[in-house]
Design a protein around this ligand. Sequence first.
Ligand code: MG
Length: 435
Amino acid sequence: MTTLRWAAATDVGRRRRNNQDKVLAVDTLFAVADGMGGHAGGEIAAVTAVEALKASFSRDPSMDALERAVRDANRAVCDRAEGQPDLRNMGTTITAVALVDDRGDQLFAVANVGDSRAYLLRDGELTQLTDDHSVPQELFRAGQLSEAEAANDPRRNQLTRVLGMPDAEPDMQSLLPYRGDRLLLCSDGLYNEVDDGEIASVLRRVADPEEAARRLIEMANERGGNDNISVVVLDVVDDDDRAGAASAALAHESPTSRGTTTGLMSAQERNAQLRSLARDREEQPAHRPAPADEPAPPGLAMPPRRVTVRVVAFVTVLVLVVAGGVAAVAWYARGSYFVGLHEGRVTIYKGRPGGLLWFDPTVEETTPITSASLLPARVDDLEAGKPEPSLAEARRYVERIQEEAARGGGSGGDAEATTSTTAATTTTPTSPPQP
Ligand code: MG
């Protein structure tokens, strides 16, 4: 038995005087309607549609019944508008989800007319299930506008299909529910203010559906609240172990397909297998066939829950982080040189003085210069190890202290050497080094 938990909320927003949105959440039927057409018309259209949908669907909770219920709702809106001049132009979107029986199994049926949306959050990823029936989105699907152009097109409020148009056909699709799935139905008052990334973030973070719905509406209002905002958040809390059974079926059916370099199936392999498994269960995977290059309908692209993409991604990231850390330590520990003393002689080492973790310094070059021939300050420096960024720099430093020793003391070649020398040859610091 599939068990659901949900919350529904609607808000007038900050600019409109009345709320022409209508939400429905009852038993196994959920819908958002966004009415339009005059002061009263929008509200009447949305209420008429939702009531007709509910009355029609409750007689037969099946996939076909939901489609029929949307047609009934359309007829109800058209009938209501007929003969009433003030309601003549009214219409409403409708996006509905119902848990339906399908030959003993349970499916989500999704119906859509207009630009209210249904989204699915599965394994942390948000997918828009429905297509908007608006002018720019139709042009985008026809390849005449880019996604960005469509998103910013001023005609986005011009809808090509709404209930109230006698010939409006609903888009229908089905979806297998899995435990952990979260569906969101919403009107454009939400997604025109809050982008998909922010919506996904709230749906991921806020576990309680009521709290999530409240937060989404709050965010839309914070961004302006230019329209009515409606939200239904719907969680699958139990799927009758469908996810576990599907994982087991995958493991049983394809023991060899996991032998890739990562030891896991690629997403394509997995989806192909899931499609073949799902084929037996779904006579009609989607009423609206998807083009070949479009991702498989979410109901069929069911990830195995035991080893999810997120787990693989997490392990991969962890391995990369650890490997990156080791490489950084190695680079830091072995990427430089220092000049020190080895058995009383000036020696160039590769590495860090004293070593770092398990990276000990190694002798790069030895010199015949003995510590006895050096100034005491130099000996101190060398005993501590004098770091140099490269082998060439280390050699130059050795040349300088050799010349210095040959002169029997005196100023070194660079500012740093001068400072050390001054400090070493005076018992009290008297003056800053001279250039
Ligand atoms: Mg709206």
